[in-house]
Design a protein around this ligand. Structure first.
Ligand code: BDR
Ligand code: CA
Length: 312
């Protein structure tokens, strides 16, 4: 099994990503860390705990940064709704899953140390917690076997500014630090591919009735409405679940190694992921950028995890 730390800012699609990860039997999820992003830190933590509880799993949830490294917080309630779950109400967890005895950055550093060379980190929110963990342990990258993140837009347009994707835009200083930290294997699952992984009402209607299906329908109604306003189609992008897909089924993504850096000092372009296609900067590639996805196969594999039959 892949030992995994998941860092989230739960958020509708983070919730679905958690469901996908927890339903898989290929993963040993050591803990879920939370960060300010789509919603405040407290709301992200509460949503995470309630989603895990709905899924019936007992995994520690460790709260982290309540603001980006060098900027005020940015949230996305317009997309994710007032409660971050598109208005879907989940019963409050009865299990005390939150571990507030330690900060997420410290917990990440400790967990990586404890499982040196055998641990994957998956980020589906701003990169603040991991950047802070790097401050604690600059040698952390060489102890991590793989880092996968949902974020950025390599050759596509942005979703929060014309050029920036939300997770990178919310904390560009953290993203710049993480991408330049020397992690040996980094996979960027950006808008180039996540925009192609579309969930439709037809997909949801194909699932058997269950508490998870009811939640997915409730939570995505708002998300689909926002998507339809911009794109004219009733659907929603599975940004964060596709990053889980990159861990579970890497063969479904085509990647190309590039040097990628982040703009942090521009009125117009803050948070842009700058991809050096022709090695103009003469730097070694630091990121495997996902450029293609077998989206139908991914949607099928994801829905299979949600259909209540045996996980895989
Ligand atoms: C990313 O930002 C958030 O809206 C989603 O949860 C996802 O992580 C997409 O840009
Ligand atoms: Ca997210």
């Amino acid at each position: 099994k892949t030992k995994l730390i998941i860092d989230v800012d739960t958020g509708i699609d983070d919730a679905i990503a958690l469901a996908l990860a927890c339903r898989s039997n290929q993963l040993d999820i050591l803990g879920v860390t939370t960060v300010s992003g789509n919603v405040s830190l407290d709301m992200a933590t509460e949503n995470t705990v309630n989603v895990l509880s709905l899924l019936g799993v007992e995994i520690p949830v460790i709260p982290g940064a309540n603001q980006p490294m060098a900027r005020p917080p940015v949230h996305e309630h317009h997309v994710h709704g007032d409660n971050g779950l598109g208005g879907a109400r989940l019963p409050a967890s009865e299990k005390p899953l939150v571990d507030a005895t330690v900060q997420a950055d410290e917990w990440i550093a400790q967990s990586v140390q404890a499982h040196e060379g055998d641990i994957t980190i998956l980020l589906t929110g701003p990169m603040t917690n991991l950047a802070m963990a790097l401050d604690r342990d600059p040698k952390l990258p060489e102890k991590v076997s793989s880092l996968v993140f949902m974020g950025g837009s390599a050759f596509d347009y942005g979703n929060i500014t014309p050029v920036a994707e939300f997770n990178i835009f919310a904390d560009p200083e953290a993203a710049k630090k993480v991408l330049n930290a020397g992690f040996p294997s980094v996979t960027m699952v950006g808008l180039d591919v996540t925009r192609k992984a579309l969930l439709t009402p037809g997909h949801l209607n194909s699932l058997p009735e269950s508490p998870l299906t009811a939640f997915l329908k409730d939570a995505t109604a708002h998300y689909m409405m926002r998507y339809e306003e911009r794109n004219g189609i009733k659907a929603c992008a599975m940004h964060d679940p596709l990053a889980v897909g990159a861990v579970l089924w890497p063969e479904l993504l085509g990647t190309v190694p590039y040097y990628v850096d982040v703009e942090t000092n521009s009125d117009l372009c803050d948070g842009q992921t700058v991809v050096d296609v022709q090695q103009r900067l003469r730097k070694q590639p630091n990121v495997n950028v996902a450029t293609t996805v077998q989206s139908d196969a991914f949607m099928k594999a994801m829905l299979h995890q949600f259909d209540g039959k045996e996980g895989s």
